[in-house]
Structures are given as structure tokens and as C-alpha cells.
Design a protein around this ligand. Sequence first.
Ligand code: BTN
Length: 263
Amino acid sequence: MSEDFLWLALEETTSTNTAVRELVMEGRAREIVCWARRQTQGRGRLGRSWLSPEGGLYFSWAVPVGGLLPTWLQPLAGMAVLDVLDAEDGDFGLKWPNDILVRFEEDGDVVERKMGGILSEYLPNSPQGPHVIVGIGLNLNKQVMLLPEDLAKHAMPPASLAEVTGKSYEAEEIACSLSHALRQRFLPLQGEQMEQATKDLHAAWSKRCWTLGRKVRILRPNGDVLEGDAVGIGEDLSLQVKDAVGVIHAVAAGDCRHARLVG
Ligand code: BTN
């Protein structure tokens, strides 16, 4: 039997994205949220694994996209995560295309750390119409101990929300807030105001995307490296990078590194 909305809270699963994908493909519900306290086979972007021990939130939302281009779910998810984090004391932002960052002062320097990431997947052929699965991993209470060699190794070293705010978090509460924020952000993207709503989302996302205005190094999926200044985000959500001779490249996918912050 199919339901309209399914909420699944798990102690442990392989991957919440995989769990909801199976349920969507079985036609179990139109919309599904699944969150877990641990994952044994968490997946990240570009085929990487996502370490998922206790202390994080591992969350997936499957939603029918209707006439909306599936790529819009990516900025929507980033903004929904910020809606939740902005209630906390900290300076939170995004790295193109889908990292959740925090900035704070450490030994007199302003540093940026990765607090979470988003992995969205498109299911064009699910029984109840095309769905997108938005998977969100957030470091809530994890103790992230960084050694100097770790700092050098990571494109963006990790941090957790608890380390930044000094508080501890209950995963279920954050999962509820996140589900609410995602659904609120999704409302204007359905129906007649869709076009205006995508423009508003583009503007809001660009404002919170710390990649813009920075020197970046992009590793493209084919292995090519592009270095330059991130000067804009296209209507198709590609990152516009101006190279050393002034040519602007539209980057649709890749791994993006920010140059270090100074001051
Ligand atoms: C990234 O590479 O930065 C994206 C990481 C996304 C991880 C989340 S955790 C919940 C969901 N289930 C998964 O297996 N991956 C996503």
C-alpha cells in the first residue's frame, strides 16, 4: 500500500539514500524522510565514501519533483540546512556545489571547516513519477581531532556543530527541523510561481555561497584542473570561473577547493 508521507528513524543503516531509494522504487510512499544515527556504507559525492559514526546526522529526503528541474534541489537543500544552522551561534555558509561550511577564529586566523555535505540523486523512473533524493550528512556531536598532517591532507578539514557552539545536539530534533525547512523551501517551487521562486533561490544561494569572489582550484570529473576566480553562478547553477587570461569557464561539476582565507 502506498502512503503520502513516510518518516523512518533508524539507529543504523547502510546508507539513508539507498534505503529511501529502495522504498521509492517499491512505490511505498510519495514522499519519504529517512534519518539514521549511523551508516555502515555512507556515500559521498564523486563515488567517495562518507564516514558515518555515531554523533552525526545522516538524513535523506525523497520528493517527487513534478515539473521542476532536479538540479534545483541542490541549492534548496543547502539553503534549508542553513535555515536550521542559522538558529545556532556561528557563521555558516556553503561551498559550491554542495558543502556546508563554518568559519571561526583559531589562533588568530579565520579558518573554514566542512561541517556537512549534500548528495542528491535523481530517480527518473520511479513508479510514482520522477523523484529526487536529497541526502544530507551533518557533523553534529562528532569530536573531530585534527592533526597538522590531517589539515594538509583534507581539501577542507572537518569540524562539528558541537565544537563550534559548545552545545550538544539530539539528531532527531535536527532531523525534524531539517525536514520542516526542506518542505517550506520546496513549497514556492511547485506550481505557478516556480519561475520566480527559482530566481529567488538562485539569488539567496549565491549570497550564501562563500565560493563566489574566491580564488578556486577545480578538479573536473575528467581529471582536468582549472584555476581562477569564481565570478558567478550561472542560471544552470554552474560555477563561472575566470582563468588567468580572462576567459570565463562554466563548470557544471567537479571538486572545488578554495584558496586559504587571509586575515
Ligand atoms: C559529500 O560528498 O560531501 C556529500 C556527503 C553526503 C552524505 C549523506 S549522509 C546521508 C546520505 N546517505 C548517504 O549515503 N550519503 C548522504
